[in-house]
Design a protein. Structure first.
Length: 258
């Protein structure tokens, strides 16, 4: 008889309890460290992550930045994972997304959201990685998803197509932002300007096979005096328009065919 497969869950595959799902923390014995608060710790964590990235981030490094002992930080948060969840949602709260009014244009609202979402990742290069590792259950993440759904409801699409429309848009933004963040991290670590780094990459690619350079030029031609940042902005805007046009085209087809 073949051995039966275990039905026990794989601990690595089971989502860990989110900080947002935990009951309020019981206060530890003793007096709270003077001058500290969870909000101050979270803001300091965001600033440290912005400055140094998430790879070398540690509770000890954060405590040193705050001028306190690591145990003082642990009085407010249980572990690094919990702090990263809090830091991610804190950073998400910086996005400026106005409420969608009664007469609001769904397309313009989604355009604003997409640009704010990309700008969020450009300000916080570490967030593309952390966002893929934690559950987005904080209040700012909830506002973002609710705002996107409100816009989807204005499109006139059937509800079963909301996921496809919003996925097309925001998965594109996340993918674009992830690629952009990795590029900017490499530039920062190189010590070169972005233009210098690009020229070094072009030279290396040409050594391997000139067709790499030719292909890049065919899909993203260089305009005179255009910076790499401007080229990315143009590419993002064009891609965003194509995605929004695709959603609008589906809406028109549905209206035409009933």
């Amino acid at each position: 008889m073949a051995p039966q497969k275990s039905t026990s869950p794989n601990p690595a595959a089971v989502p860990q309890v989110s900080v947002w799902a935990r009951p309020p923390r019981e206060r530890k014995r003793g007096t709270a460290p003077s001058g500290l608060s969870r909000q101050r710790i979270v803001r300091a964590a965001v600033e440290l992550l912005d400055a140094e990235g998430d790879q070398g981030f540690s509770m000890r490094r954060l405590a040193a930045e705050l001028g306190v002992t690591p145990m003082s930080v642990y009085w407010y948060v249980d572990n690094k994972g919990e702090l990263l969840e809090l830091a991610l949602d804190e950073a998400l709260g910086e996005m400026r997304i106005p409420p969608l009014g009664e007469d609001g244009d769904w397309r313009e609202h989604l355009r604003v959201m997409a640009n704010e979402y990309r700008d969020f990742y450009r300000r916080h290069l570490w967030a593309t990685r952390v966002a893929g590792e934690v559950l987005p259950l904080g209040p700012h993440a909830l506002f973002f998803s609710s705002s996107a759904i409100a816009a989807a409801e204005r499109t006139g699409l059937p509800r079963e197509q909301y996921a496809g429309a919003l996925g097309l848009l925001f998965q594109f933004v996340y993918g674009f932002a992830t690629s952009e963040a990795q590029q900017l991290i490499r530039v920062r670590e190189s010590g070169l300007s972005e233009e210098e780094y690009h020229q070094a990459v072009v030279g290396l690619a040409a050594e391997v096979d000139r067709r790499h350079v030719d292909n890049a030029e065919r899909i993203m031609p260089t305009r005179a005096g255009e910076t790499m940042a401007a080229k990315r902005d143009y590419n993002f805007a064009e891609s965003l328009d194509l995605a929004l046009d695709g959603i609008e085209s589906r809406i028109r087809r549905r209206a035409e065919h009933g």
